[in-house]
Write a protein that binds this ligand. Structure first.
Ligand SMILES: Cc1ncc(COP(=O)(O)O)c(C=O)c1O
Length: 380
C-alpha cells in the first residue's frame, strides 16, 4: 500500500532528537527552529516527559471516559494554576481542529444560535466547522460550505462593530487567533481583542480564543490574548500541549454549563496523553519556560530587525515571522539543506520561527549567525 500523497515532503529522515536538535539517518545534526510545526514546547525527548510517559505506559495507557480518570483532574488542576484560569472547566480531545470544532459547537449549544464570526487569513483546522471558519477556499470541500460563517477583515474593529449592530442577536461566537500562524504571523491588536470582548458581552456571543498555535506559553505569556488583558470564554489548545504526544483541549468559562452527552470523544483525555501533558506543564513551570520564551524571543526579534534585507519582523515570544524578498526566495530551503536549520513558512514569502520554548540563547545566536551567512552566500 502507498501513502496518500498529500504532503510536499523534504527528503530527510529524522531518526532521533534532543532539545532543539534533531539528527537524520546519516547522523547529520539540524537545529530545529520549527518545532515540528509549533508542537515541540519543552524540547524533543525531554527526560521528564519520557519518564512520565514510560511510567504511565507500564500502568495503563487507555480506558474510556466511562470511568474516573484522576490524572485528568490532576491535569485540569495544573493547567488552571499555570494559565491563571483556575475557575475554568477542561474538556480534552486529540487535536487542534477537534478543539475548535468542540468550542464552536459548545458556543452554538449555549446561545442557541448558528452564526460564527471568523477573520481574514484565519486557520482553525480541517474538520467541518473548523475548516469552514478557515479563510482558505482551496481546502474547503463542497460539503463543508455553509453560510453560517461571516468573514470579516482581521484587526478591523469597525467592521466587527457594524456586523454586531446588524446581526448581533444571531451570532453564536467569534473565533480569533491571538497571533495568526498559518496566515503569516499577524498579531491581533489589543484594541481589536477588547472590541471582540465588548461586542460578545453586549450581544451574548461566545469569545473563542484559538490558542492552538499561539497558546501554551509560545507568545511569552500563557495565552497571547493575555497581552490585551482580555479574558475569552473558551480557549482552544493543542500543539504545545503534549510536546508531540497528540492531545488537545478546550478550557471553558464557568458560565458555560455542561450537560451529559453534550460533548464526547473516545480517545480524548486518555491516561497516556494526560501523563504527557502533565509532564509538559511541570517542565514549563520548573524551567520557567514562558519567561524564557519571552527573553529569547526578544533577542531573536531584535537581531532579525537589524538584518537589512529582511522586512516586517513581527510576532511575540517564540512565534516570529518575517518577510523574505524575492531575490532570497530560496532562503528557507538553503537554511535547511545547506545550514541544517529547520524553519517554518507561510505563503507566499514569510519565514516562521516556532522553536521549542526551551531554545537556548546559544542556539538562537547560532541561528542568527547562520541566517546572515545564508543571506550573504545565496542571493539567488
Ligand atoms: C491556529 C490553529 N488552529 C487550529 C489548528 C489545527 O490543529 P490540528 O492540525 O491539530 O488539527 C492549527 C494547526 O496548524 C492552527 O495553527
Amino acid at each position: 500500500m502507498k501513502l496518500f500523497d498529500v504532503y510536499p515532503i523534504n527528503d530527510i529522515n529524522i531518526t532521533h532528537a534532543k532539545g532543539s536538535k534533531v539528527w537524520d539517518d546519516q547522523q547529520r545534526q539540524y537545529l530545529d527552529l520549527y518545532g515540528g510545526h509549533a508542537v515541540i514546547s519543552i524540547g524533543h525527548t525531554h527526560p521528564h516527559w519520557v519518564h512520565r510517559i514510560e511510567e504511565q505506559l507500564k500502568k495503563i495507557a487507555f480506558y474510556s471516559n466511562s470511568i474516573k480518570i484522576p490524572i485528568q483532574e490532576e491535569l485540569a488542576q495544573k493547567l488552571g494554576e499555570i494559565s491563571g484560569k483556575k475557575d475554568y472547566q477542561l474538556f480534552l480531545c486529540n487535536s487542534g481542529a477537534e478543539a475548535n470544532e468542540n468550542a464552536l459547537k459548545l458556543a452554538s449549544f449555549h446561545t442557541g444560535r448558528k452564526k460564527i464570526i471568523a477573520f481574514s487569513k484565519s486557520f482553525h483546522g480541517r474538520t467541518s466547522l473548523a475548516v469552514a471558519a478557515t479563510d482558505n477556499p482551496s481546502i474547503l470541500a463542497p460539503v463543508n460550505q455553509t453560510d453560517n460563517i461571516i468573514f470579516l477583515p482581521f484587526n478591523d474593529s469597525s467592521a466587527l462593530e457594524e456586523t454586531f449592530k446588524k446581526n448581533g442577536n444571531e451570532i453564536a461566537a467569534v473565533i480569533v487567533e491571538g497571533i495568526q500562524g498559518v496566515g503569516g504571523i499577524n498579531v491581533a491588536e489589543n484594541s481589536f481583542l477588547l472590541s471582540i470582548r465588548k461586542n460578545c458581552d453586549q450581544y451574548g456571543a461566545v469569545y473563542i480564543a484559538d490558542s492552538v498555535q499561539c497558546g501554551y506559553g509560545r507568545s511569552g505569556k500563557f495565552f497571547s490574548h493575555d497581552y490585551a488583558g482580555v479574558t475569552a470564554d473558551i480557549y482552544t489548545m493543542a500543539k504545545g500541549m503534549g510536546n508531540g504526544f497528540p492531545i488537545g483541549g478546550i478550557i471553558i468559562a464557568p458560565h458555560l454549563k455542561p450537560k451529559h452527552g453534550m460533548l464526547g470523544t473516545t480517545f480524548g483525555g486518555n491516561h497516556l496523553a494526560c501523563a504527557a501533558a502533565l509532564a509538559v506543564l511541570e517542565v514549563i513551570e520548573k524551567e520557567n519556560l514562558i519567561q524564557h520564551a519571552e527573553q529569547v524571543g526578544e533577542y531573536l526579534s531584535a537581531s532579525l530587525k537589524s538584518i537589512s534585507s529582511l522586512t516586517g519582523v513581527r510576532g511575540r515570544g517564540l512565534m516570529i515571522g518575517f518577510d523574505v524578498p524575492d531575490h532570497l526566495k530560496n532562503l528557507k530551503k538553503n537554511l535547511l539543506f545547506k545550514h541544517k536549520i529547520f524553519t517554518g513558512e507561510a505563503k507566499p514569502n514569510v519565514i516562521r520561527l516556532l522553536p521549542s520554548l526551551a531554545l537556548t540563547m546559544e542556539d538562537a545566536s547560532y541561528f542568527i549567525q547562520q541566517l546572515k551567512l545564508a543571506i550573504e552566500q545565496y542571493q539567488d
